[in-house]
Design a protein around this ligand. Sequence first.
Ligand SMILES: C[S@@+](CC[C@H](N)C(=O)[O-])C[C@H]1O[C@@H](n2cnc3c(N)ncnc32)[C@H](O)[C@@H]1O
Length: 401
Amino acid sequence: MTSFRYMGTKKYLALKVKRSIELASKSGHVADLFSGMGAVAREFSSSRPMYLNDALTFPTICSKAYFLDNSLKIDDQLLKKLYGLFRDHRTELKNVFKRRIQRERNAIEKGINTLAEWMIHAPHVGNSVHYQKMKSAAKKAEGIYHYQLTTLYYSGSYFSTTQAIDLDALRFAIDGVCKLEDNYPLITIWLATASILINSPGHSAQYLKPNSPSSYSKIKNGFSRDVWATFIGLLDDYSPCGNSSWRRKNMVSKNDALLLLEKGLPEEVSIVYADPPYTNDQYSRYYHVFETLLLYNFPDSTGCGRYPEGRFSSPFCLKTKIVNAFEQLFCGVFDHSIPLVLSYPSDGLLSKVGVDVVEFANDMFAKVEVIENQISHSTMGASKGSQKKSAVEYILTCHPA
Ligand SMILES: C[S@@+](CC[C@H](N)C(=O)[O-])C[C@H]1O[C@@H](n2cnc3c(N)ncnc32)[C@H](O)[C@@H]1O
């Protein structure tokens, strides 16, 4: 679907989840409350209307690009306009940051130690009073001077300074050609460009440092990759999912699933699918760069990972809150008098606090059907230990009556 590598994607299980949903409910919208990259919605393409929800902005915008009907016409005329705006802003920013670009080039050419020094000490909003002042000015500015966030926060680390400037220039161009509600495909492809170019060790919680000759050459090569060429390549491959009459019926929202259940689901919804996180790795930490790029909101930034303030913290990733979170999920769906299909691994975080997910569901619902799947799930290198772990992934169908 997209070029995003997403922790916990259910691509491998989506067909089985679809079958369980179809057995439990024949029509109406399927609410995928933890939709991520929408693997299950893709399986229902053009056949059953979907309501996709996630707590993070970045997967939500991707869902809007792929599962809603977007009116934006991507043609040569639009690209010409985009490129003109991109080129003008890039020239302007390259001039503002020319000393920085030169220092970075020198650091790369001199070798591994100077590059490591540069990446640790290069100024950014989290470590430099001067950059904090530039950030405050850019936050307030309108027009071209607003568009410097990537450079001020993530250059010389997650991206080279030139790439960061190009990403800012491209964002300026995208925002200049259409309103946000019309530009989900362009913004999503812009983010996908960042996800391809990002300098990271497999996950994007932190950036890759030049600790060895191989990481040095990986960074050196990666830093020279071109933003516009990557963007155009991805744009060529973009195609929304399903047919337009299906996409017109779909809905997308960004909410904490538990609050959404409390507020009440849209009345079209006839079944809930839940695929909550199953480790203590907060998604908002692993995808913080994409979330900030998308929001373009100039947050305070801390730590060597350059984390934004106020990241969303999911109770499903906290040992102290997970039992309560599952109880709220189960009760919330039960109160709607509709079935719940849940996917969750036997060794998920819930088991680490001594609670068996199948027994828990049986306590809360009138009837629970269980399918066991032998799987090897991805940790993206996020959890301690190996990147692939084998486990049993349950698909539970929970009936309220
Ligand atoms: C296991 S992933 C879902 C993957 C998705 N099924 C797919 O195939 O791409 C869990 C998702 O839940 C989201 N999430 C975590 N806590 C949440 C909450 N309280 N409400 C809504 N979404 C939440 C995360 O942002 C993440 O996208």
